[in-house]
Design a protein around this ligand. Structure first.
Ligand code: TMP
Length: 220
């Protein structure tokens, strides 16, 4: 008889520009592997070939190229592809999925930052998200001035032109920080805010504390 595989956990890491998400995700995935948990990392917009095709339309070029609602729909189209083609199949195999950004980024960037209403964002989520919700969301919180400086330095060193959102003004970045903090306040069971100031090690200890507390050793 075939034994049913226990579905994996879905963890999302959120935050403004330069908050250190991708480095912390790599550290977390390694730590989970050490504990015997098979975890995969992924990111948004992206995480599936079709979603990557949409990503390239969004992350570079003119700041005001898109109407905010069109931009929001593109993020949800990329997310739908990501959920159906990558996230759900991985969770079904029992893998834990750690995603660099998910729907809270749309609420923060397109909602708080670009003024799209919560009801539009919630409706698009219902239509596209195949009923999934993260089991845990960690929000890396950092002053936007500090994060933007880190992000600009990183783009220069990688010669990356994926800087469309980073070029948006400081007010935009302040709004989206407030957005993430509001989302955390309104979803206290799912979300944890983590101070992203300090060394990589300091932040990774904070991340692991939240993950291990949430899932306890029995789940791991
Ligand atoms: P990244 O730099 O973290 O890879 O993300 C690409 C950019 O896309 C980042 O500046 C935030 C932005 N973004 C949104 O505006 N809305 C979204 O829903 C997502 C997932 C990302």
């Amino acid at each position: 008889m075939k034994t049913k595989v226990k579905r994996g956990k879905f963890i999302t890491i959120e935050g403004g520009e330069g908050s250190g998400k991708s480095t912390q995700i790599s550290i977390l995935v390694n730590r989970l592997q050490e504990e015997g948990v098979s975890a995969v990392k992924t990111r948004e917009p992206g995480g599936a070939p079709t979603s990557d095709a949409i990503r390239s339309l969004l992350v570079s070029g003119e700041i005001s190229f898109w109407e905010p609602i069109s931009e929001t729909m593109l993020h949800f189209a990329a997310r739908h592809e990501h959920i159906i083609k990558t996230i759900n199949p991985s969770l079904d195999k029992g893998l834990w999925v750690i995603s660099d950004r998910f729907s809270d980024s749309t609420m923060a960037y397109q909602g708080y930052g670009q003024g799209v209403s919560k009801s539009i964002i919630d409706s698009l989520y219902t239509i596209t998200a195949d009923n999934i919700e993260p089991d845990l969301t960690l929000i890396l919180d950092l002053e936007p001035e500090v994060g933007l400086k880190r992000a600009v330095d990183r783009n220069v060193s990688l010669s990356s032109n994926e800087d469309r959102y980073e070029r948006m003004d400081i007010e935009f970045h302040r709004k989206l920080r407030k957005g993430f903090l509001d989302i955390a306040k309104n979803n206290p069971t799912r979300c944890r805010v983590i101070k992203a100031q300090g060394s990589l090690d300091d932040v990774s200890v904070r991340v692991w504390k939240e993950v291990s507390q949430k899932f306890l050793i029995k789940d791991i």
